[in-house]
Design a protein around this ligand. Structure first.
Ligand code: G4P
Length: 293
């Protein structure tokens, strides 16, 4: 992946986004940061801590239907160990979303109590949803708002076009006020996002990406590849194969040939990426949490 490619992925509106989020922070009580449960590190925004400072935050590990259950639990444990509140959800089916409002309320317990003392029984709670592209922000908002239309708010001095959604009594969500970016200067971060389909394929070399994916997977998930494509290789044999060899083997197994009996590696690459992204290779999490101290 060339440097030019990585930069193209996320055209820099960074300063503008940062400013918009900072302005909108004043309007909310909590920030809900959505990440992809298959790669919680690579799908986070590296500067979010600096932008939201000490605003209470809930981390939403989305797409947990496609992630490894054990790994997701490890992530939840990890966040707990560092004092961060996190929940695992699947915005496709809606699984886990029932935890969201109670968790936000638990984050704001003191604020709610102190409002009660002042006679405000149902304190209004406002949450801003943020996350890099494709982590499922719209899916999350749609599921939580159950199709309710956005209310736009154009008050002077407030970010124009803020979109609010009511998701419960006195509970509003603010749609992300700008495009956040991943740590795109890190090649592996970009590649992992691309493996998961979070980066448009048109600007990437499909074959190269599939080869990198197979190279990456063969270490810890060789068994998944073996089973899916009936390769009948033992672990060490797989480890000795290059990503390209593996792609060719898979193409051959699936009968993807072009004239002259050559293997159609382009077709095989599209299939491998497609099958990985639809979890046909199994529920795979690409990153484990850092070791807690
Ligand atoms: P964004 O606003 O953060 O950019 O993300 P968005 O909600 O558009 O979701 C990006 C893709 O991820 C969508 O798929 C969406 O359906 C899918 N997605 C979101 N949450 C989940 C989840 O929990 N599980 C699974 N399996 N997929 C999820 P798409 O292919 O772009 O569109 P479509 O399939 O909805 O047509």
């Amino acid at each position: 992946m060339s440097e030019a490619e990585t930069i193209q992925w996320f055209p820099g509106h960074m300063t503008r986004t940062k400013r918009k989020i900072e302005q909108s922070l004043k309007l909310v009580d909590v920030v809900a940061e959505i990440v992809d449960a298959r790669l919680p590190l690579s799908s986070q925004n590296p500067d979010l801590d600096k932008i939201i400072l000490n605003k209470p935050r809930i981390i939403i590990l989305n797409k947990c239907d496609m992630a490894d259950k054990k790994a997701t639990n490890m992530w939840l444990e990890y966040y707990k160990s560092i004092g961060k509140l996190a929940i695992a959800v699947d915005c496709k089916s809606g699984r886990g979303l029932e935890k969201f409002i109670p968790c936000v309320k638990s984050l704001l317990k003191e604020k709610i109590e102190s409002a009660k003392k002042k006679g405000i029984i149902n304190k209004n709670i406002k949450v801003m949803v943020v996350g890099i592209p494709n982590v499922g922000k719209s899916s999350f908002i749609n599921k939580m708002a159950k199709g309710a239309r956005a209310k736009t708010e154009d008050r002077p001095g407030v970010t124009r076009g803020n979109q609010w959604f009511t998701i419960g009594q006195n509970f509003d969500l603010l749609d992300t006020p700008g495009v956040l970016w991943p740590k795109f200067e890190d090649k592996l971060v970009g590649e992992k996002l691309a493996f998961c389909g979070s980066v448009k394929d048109e600007i990437l070399d499909t074959e190269h990406l599939a080869i990198r994916l197979l190279d990456f997977l063969k270490k810890d998930f060789g068994g998944n590849i073996n089973i899916r494509y009936k390769l009948e290789k033992v672990k060490d044999e797989l480890a000795d194969l290059s990503g390209l060899d593996l792609l060719k083997l898979i193409g051959k197994k699936r009968g993807m040939l072009i004239s002259g009996g050559e293997i159609d590696t382009e077709r095989a690459a599209i299939m491998v990426l497609d099958e990985f992204r639809s979890a046909k290779l199994g529920s795979i999490t690409l990153e484990n949490p850092p070791k807690s101290k």
